[in-house]
Design a protein. Structure first.
Length: 238
């Protein structure tokens, strides 16, 4: 696709911006690209070369341009906001996950609206319903132990959603998780290789899919050991 630069014929780009807020047209003139290219960079919807992206980003910084997120959301019929529902924020793992999501969203012109389910399916359903009421552009969900009603609600809303960390048998959604069995199996195997024979694994809840998978990984490693190994699980929930 050919890119037609939008040239500033006035040669007064600095002076005429003093008394008003810069627009997307001003950014295009400063970066010497089309308005469409600026829009693509700001929305992240279309791939743009690194060279053009840097020019647009530099122009927005120099002009102090701030995207009108309300107008952007109205054009898309959805707010430029990504919903995030997590069970709690007490763990370092979830805190790091939230920080990463914030950075990625900000880099693409989106805000993150976060809610907490407190590991309760009823609270999860209520808080996700509230998020959907804001016409969010998408949803990231770390599910509770029984998210069936919540998943049905999300599916009926048509909102794009991804399940994070905790796998689900519900194939209506994309999922991002880990090989929990393999990770724990490898960790326990290394302990056994160091001649440890009594392995203790503390989990928050056996009901969680990730806990069951990790326990299976531990048991697989213990069963494969050349000498007897005792593998014990303790359930500890605050």
């Amino acid at each position: 696709m050919a890119i037609t630069p939008v040239r500033d014929r006035s040669n007064r780009s600095g002076a005429h911006l003093k008394n008003r807020r810069p627009t997307i047209v001003d950014v295009a003139r400063r970066a010497q690209v089309s308005v469409g290219t600026v829009s693509h960079v700001l929305s992240g919807a279309v791939n743009v070369s690194d060279h053009l992206r840097e020019r647009v980003q530099q122009a927005t910084q120099e002009l102090g341009y701030e995207q009108n997120m309300l107008a952007h959301g109205l054009r898309r019929q959805r707010a430029a906001v990504v919903g995030l529902c997590v069970p709690h924020v007490a763990s370092a793992y979830l805190a790091a996950l939230i920080d990463t999501f914030e950075d990625i969203a900000a880099g693409r012109g989106y805000q993150v609206m976060q809610v907490i389910s407190r590991r309760d399916p009823k609270i999860e359903l209520r808080r996700v319903r509230e998020l959907l009421g804001h016409r969010i552009a998408g949803l990231l969900l770390v599910p509770t132990v029984d998210p069936r009603k919540t998943l049905n609600l999300i599916h009926e809303s048509g909102t794009p959603a991804i399940l994070v960390d905790r796998p689900s048998a519900d194939r209506r959604f994309d999922q991002v998780t880990f090989d929990n069995r393999g990770i724990v199996r490898e960790a326990v195997s290394r302990l056994i290789a160091l001649r440890h024979q009594r392995i203790l694994f503390v989990v928050r809840s056996r009901a969680l899919v990730v806990s069951r998978q990790r326990i299976e990984g531990m048991e697989q490693a213990a069963a494969a050991a050349a000498r007897p190994v005792t593998a014990t699980v303790i359930e500890f929930d605050e």
